[in-house]
Design a protein around this ligand. Structure first.
Ligand SMILES: [Zn+2]
Ligand SMILES: [Zn+2]
Length: 99
């Protein structure tokens, strides 16, 4: 006689719903709505503003203000170069120097 019973449960990583039927859990899992997050980034330094938190226009305005700030501070190239390396090329840029 067996002394133990082993049961495998499959669990939905989103809400924790679980069942022994893998197919059933997978189907349940795919029924979850996909979350959408929209962020507006300053292209120079990579600072971001959440659209959901502020509304799209405000987020864009904030990012544009940030861009403007770099322009006014006159260090736009330095900030962009630093951001470029820190973000592995996602933000900023490297100005090509002619030699
Ligand atoms: Zn779920
Ligand atoms: Zn910025």
């Amino acid at each position: 006689m067996k002394k133990t019973i082993q049961v495998t449960y499959y669990e939905c990583p989103v809400c924790g719903y679980n069942h022994t039927d893998r197919q059933k859990v997978y189907k349940h899992f795919t029924s979850h709505p996909i979350k959408v997050n929209e962020i507006v980034y300053c292209k120079i330094c990579g600072a971001g503003w959440n659209v959901k938190a502020r509304g799209k226009e405000a987020a864009i305005r904030k990012a544009e203000e940030c861009f403007q700030k770099h322009q006014e501070e006159g260090n736009i190239d330095e900030v962009a170069t630093e951001a470029f390396f820190l973000s592995h090329g996602a933000f900023g840029y490297v100005r090509k120097v002619e030699t």
